[in-house]
Write a protein that binds this ligand. Structure first.
Ligand code: AHR
Length: 508
């Protein structure tokens, strides 16, 4: 029998802090994310506060949602914020051209979003319109939200019923400017980001962290252009430059955009292709981080992955423009693999936002359009199991021994993904066994501190295709894991096939 694989973890050598904002979320005016997802209106039979579903808020508070990005996505560059304030009955309507060509009545606007953030205890990440909006419009929106005197926009906010300014720490300068956000080239957008960023002002003590719309997948040239646009003026070393971060979008898709495969009906080969594409996030982050390092070795400019996750074909019978998809154990493993990568790049990544929180793409929560029933997805459970990583210090994990791999599309991919962190006297180790058929045993060689107590949780199911529905809401849900034993070097952990396991260590 071959020796088991060993993961060496030095508990006394904490690394970069894993920002809780890496566990961020995204809510767009798209399909049933806002309407029917977060917002049901005050007259709904579903318990709500100001039209916002209380069960959705409770579920997201339980995973300590740190921030929420809104109103898009592509929608952001079509959105004119003044249409979404004032009495609801007199708000103008618009066409949501990107998503289903439906008429948007603007009943969920700035006040509703900020109320939602307050209920969630989450920081607001407002995505400003560069594609079709003016500099003045963006500048006035920030003033409206954050200014505390009798300025014209602060007065308008008060007229609309809100006295105190809100705190808005994160601001997006455009979205996918290379595509739906204006089809620009990088140089043109870099100039606009500098221009718009200039007028997104800090009012009072509200300090805005401006995030320029970044690259698609491996478009390293886009990142280089945005970094040069800062370096030219010495701003890469000035945290209060025109923008403090760049974004990046990378989605895990299996096939082509025209046929991305089904969320629940997939075979073994499809599963492994998904695991390969999910792990590609590491190469993509490394590529952008390398470019950024060459301009900003002190890592003062942040990288924000403000859209990531799986993107399958929509569920049969649903509007193709609404991007509604189910969520299986496979999606959960995509999430756990992503978080390991994010932890490894904690010194450059300042935020990440899964797309999208409710009823769209890789959602945390699905709601039934007829009954309103709420279901927590397998992905939700990964977020919950990882709460201990929020604001913890990353720990390096060194693997010793023969790692299990598999040939997928001509490449060997690892079948184990691991990361670890420490906060005060607690360490958390995350372990994903991507092998669909076989268990794996891993020895945690824990050095530098004594372990007083341990406990473990496991997320798995009989089939990879398993998912939660109103009839079977806990088909995929975490359970206590009894597969951890003391070992002369630390702990031996048995990982069931296709499983996600977390081991929590209380240190002496
Ligand atoms: O998340 C769905 C869409 O994907 C967003 O609106 C857009 O930014 C991206 O292409």
């Amino acid at each position: 029998m071959s020796d088991p694989l060993v993961a060496v973890i030095d508990l006394d050598l904490p690394g970069a802090t894993i920002s809780r904002h890496l566990y961020g979320h995204f809510a767009e005016h798209l399909g049933r994310c806002i309407y029917g997802g977060f917002f049901v209106g005050e007259d709904s039979a579903i318990p709500n506060e100001g039209g916002i579903r209380l069960d959705v808020v409770d579920a997201l508070r339980a995973i300590r949602i740190p921030n929420l990005r809104w109103p898009g996505g592509c929608f952001a560059d079509d959105y004119h914020w003044r249409d979404g304030i004032g009495p609801r009955e007199s708000r103008p309507r618009m066409v949501n051209s990107h998503w289903g060509d439906v008429v948007e009545d603007n009943s969920f606007g700035t006040h509703e979003f900020m109320h939602l953030c307050e209920m969630l205890g989450a920081d607001a990440y407002v995505s400003g319109n560069i594609g079709s909006g003016t500099v003045r419009e963006m500048s006035e929106w920030v003033e409206y939200l954050t200014r505390d005197d009798d300025s014209p926009m602060a007065a308008l906010r008060r007229d609309n019923g809100r006295n105190e300014p809100w705190r808005v720490p994160f601001w997006g300068l455009g979205n996918e400017a290379w595509g739906c956000g204006g089809n620009m080239n990088a140089e043109h957008f870099a100039n606009l980001a500098r221009q718009y960023g200039t007028y997104v002002r800090d009012h009072g003590d509200n300090k805005v962290y401006r995030i320029a719309a970044g690259a698609n997948t491996d478009d390293y040239r886009w990142t280089e252009t945005l970094m040069k646009a800062l370096a030219h003026l010495g701003c890469a070393h000035d945290p209060r430059g025109f923008y403090q971060a760049l974004s990046l979008h990378y989605y895990t898709i299996n096939g082509e955009w025209a046929d991305k495969g089904d969320a629940t009906r997939f075979g073994l080969d499809d599963y492994y292709v998904t695991m390969k594409r999910a792990q590609r996030m590491r190469e993509v982050v490394r590529g952008h981080a390398n470019v950024m390092d060459s301009y900003d070795p002190l890592r003062r400019v942040g990288l924000v992955i403000d859209e990531w996750g799986t993107w399958w074909n929509v569920e049969h019978g649903t509007d193709p423009g609404f991007l509604y998809q189910q969520n299986t154990l496979r999606d959960a493993l995509v999430a756990s693999v992503h978080f390991d990568i994010f932890h490894d790049y904690a010194d450059r990544l300042v935020m990440a936002n899964i797309a999208q929180t409710v009823n769209v793409l890789q959602a945390m929560i699905l709601t039934d359009p007829d009954t309103g029933a709420l279901v927590l997805t397998p992905t939700y459970h990964v977020f919950r199991m990882n709460v201990g990583h929020h604001d913890a210090a990353a720990l390096q994990v060194r693997l010793k021994g023969q790692e299990r791999t598999r040939q997928v599309e001509g490449e060997e991919i690892p079948l184990l993904s691991v990361s670890a962190s420490i906060k005060d006297d607690t360490a958390l180790v995350s372990l994903s066994n991507l092998d669909a058929a076989e268990p794996q045993t891993l020895v945690l060689d824990l050095r530098g501190r004594e372990v007083a107590e341990f406990s473990a949780s496991v997320l798995t199911a009989g089939d990879l295709q398993e998912h939660n529905t109103p009839e079977r809401p806990d088909a995929v849900a975490p359970e206590a894991h009894d597969g951890v034993r003391a070992h002369p070097d630390g702990l031996a952990v048995i990982l069931p096939p296709h499983s996600y396991v977390t081991v929590s260590l209380r240190l002496a």
